[in-house]
Design a protein. Structure first.
Length: 571
DNA sequence: GCCGTTTTCGGCCCGACTGTTTTCAGTCG
């Protein structure tokens, strides 16, 4: 696991405490910028620090780089320790409550001695919050509700779940005749791994009617806000959904604005400013005159930029590329010709091989690889050599049967053992079309051990793909401690492809890692790792993540025709 | 604290909504 999240938390806490002290309005903003920058870094911040290149990171200057260095070297930051002494509150915890910010934290600390979630909940339940200057009955109820949300751990939702919820609301709203246009914006449109809340934008002839219908949608558990152009509700699942009504000729500007990210928009805005223009959610203006806003393309074009695909809008070089007209032609779902990692009921899958093949055929794939687990993974009923040899024969027969137009590829997801060896003999591996190797055990190995282990596995001349390279489960399990740079170098040397596992909880590699991998010339396989028919649909999430990693079809081997694919993985 | 086609100082996105107000501060995205 990288130190990135940890460092981001330290910077966030400093920013919050500075804001709570209230001495400087802009210093905290600089810290928050640093937080976003570090949190979305593709590389380990520690590696960057060792290169002495922290100030190359956007938003990190002399001050923040010193703070980061101090933390990495000593595990503490003097400034933070001082701040905590002056304002002894659990700022991160309190700030995570919806509706509570630095000003409220300061108020309840000064007046009531509240320092954490527990004491805030107690004072709120005792009714002591209402009556404080600026705080009334309703705010008190809102805070109690907000604490429940935090306790339930519902701050962020997986993209797949958010998209499902969005679809439900979208379908319901589209039935209203007064709605002329509707788009899902925000981080869902940017296809981030997890979503804070849903942003829905509409153009409607009768905004009031839309708002009235929206707040009564199925699954709404509470209404946070309801105005003529903006309403906000919380679903039973905890997900917050914002709906905004825009004028028709501002829809593009609104979409651009509410798609974000903040950092991308700040840059776009400053480009507009330098051209003597002003950009807000209603349009791009020269003085009082609107010069663009109906669609996004017009806004970007007027600013001298190519239209930027939402997945790239993170201020990670996309603006410079768009200025030069050099944005990559990103991978699309239609480019995918097959899936190279899937399971059946031979190991821990839920469907038979025939059922999986029928489902894959329905996706018009040109090839499809069956890759069940191997023997060390006993919990998943992994196959030993004799079962695997039988499976190989079976697939030969299935190919010969002519029942499926696509080519069925013989594969396995082979376990990497503690010492980096594989749990299937080379003489059997050599009979497979696609050998994927993965870590499923000893996930707490030290960085050195894990790196050695994986690299040794990649040195085996029968290995084609490294499956879910960091092993993370979003929100559940961190990445292994592993030196990815060394893994990439080894893979490059031994001609091994990196997997982008499309499972919504995995999305492994992440976008930053993907970008680093292709920069080194590595190829990627976008695979579903499906354990049942329905999971073959997860390919879309892999494609989203690939796009966030700037991947083109050339970078992804399962966009190739069968012949080229076999050539590409040949050792 | 960061940054630079407004470059070593002086700005820093900005509008909507709520609650508690009587004109606005706080939060959010």
């Amino acid at each position: 696991m990288t130190k990135n999240a940890e460092v981001a938390r330290v910077l966030k806490e400093i920013g919050l405490l500075l804001e709570i002290e209230g001495k400087d309005k802009f210093k905290p903003l600089a810290y928050y910028r640093g937080v976003r920058s570090i949190a979305s870094l593709g590389e380990d911040v520690e590696t960057i620090a060792k290169r002495d290149a922290l100030t190359d990171i956007p938003g990190i200057g002399k001050g923040l780089s010193e703070v980061i260095k101090q933390y990495l070297e000593t595990g503490e930051v003097e400034l933070l320790t001082e701040l905590r002494t002056r304002v002894p509150v659990k700022a991160l915890e309190l700030d995570s409550i919806p509706g509570v910010g630095p000003k409220t934290i300061k108020l309840v600390y000064d007046k009531l001695g509240v320092t954490d979630l527990e004491s805030l909940e107690r004072t709120a339940n005792e009714g002591k919050l209402s009556g404080l200057p600026g705080l009334g009955e309703k705010t008190q109820i809102q805070i109690i509700e907000g604490i429940k949300v935090v306790r339930a751990g519902l701050e962020r939702t997986l993209l797949a779940d958010a998209m499902l919820a969005a679809e439900g609301i979208e379908n319901a709203l589209r039935k209203l005749k007064v709605i002329k246009k509707l788009e899902i914006a925000g981080s869902t449109r940017r296809r981030r791994e997890t979503i804070g809340d849903l942003d829905i934008l509409v153009v409607a002839t009768d905004p009031e009617a839309v708002m009235a219908a929206f707040v009564k949608s199925d699954g709404v558990s509470s209404i946070q806000a309801q105005g003529p152009t903006k309403s906000s509700v919380r679903l039973g699942s905890g997900l917050q959904v914002d709906l905004r009504v825009l004028p028709d000729d501002s829809f593009g500007a609104g979409l651009q604005y509410f798609t974000g990210s903040v950092d991308h928009n700040v840059r776009i805005r400053s480009i507009a400013q330098k051209m003597g223009l002003r950009l807000n959610e209603y349009g791009l203006f020269k003085g009082e005159k609107k010069v663009a806003g109906e669609d996004e393309e017009g806004i970007y074009k007027t600013l001298g930029l190519q239209w930027v695909p939402p997945e790239l809008r993170e201020d990670k070089g996309e603006i410079e590329a768009a200025q030069r007209g050099e944005l990559p032609a990103l991978l699309s779902k239609d480019d995918i010709r097959g899936d190279l990692h899937s399971h059946t009921d031979q190991s821990d899958g839920k469907n038979t091989i025939e059922e999986m093949l029928d489902a894959a055929q329905a996706l018009n794939y040109e090839y499809y690889c069956v890759s069940d687990h191997t023997q060390s993974l006993t919990i998943a009923n992994g196959m030993d050599e004799s079962r695997l040899l039988k499976r190989i024969e079976e697939i030969d027969e299935l190919n010969a049967s002519g029942r499926w137009k696509m080519r069925i590829l013989k594969g396995a997801e082979v376990d990497i053992l503690a010492d980096g060896g594989l749990d299937i003999e080379d003489c059997v591996l050599s009979q497979l079309d696609v050998v994927t190797v993965s870590i499923h055990s000893r996930m707490k190995d030290t960085k050195g051990t894990m790196t050695e282990r994986v690299c040794r596995a990649l040195e085996n001349s029968h290995v084609h793909i490294l499956g879910h390279p960091t092993g993370r489960l979003i929100g559940k399990r961190s990445e292994f401690e592993i030196d990815l740079e060394r893994v990439f170098e080894t893979a490059q040397k031994h001609h091994v492809v990196m997997e982008l596992n499309a499972y919504p909880q995995r999305l492994d590699l992440n976008a930053g890692n993907l970008r680093a991998a292709i920069k080194m010339g590595l190829k990627i396989a976008v695979n579903t790792d499906a354990h049942r028919i329905s999971e073959l649909e997860n390919m879309q999430f892999g494609v989203f993540q690939a796009r966030r990693g700037w991947l083109t079809s050339n970078d992804v081997i399962n966009t190739y025709h069968l012949k080229e694919l076999m050539k590409a993985i040949k050792k």
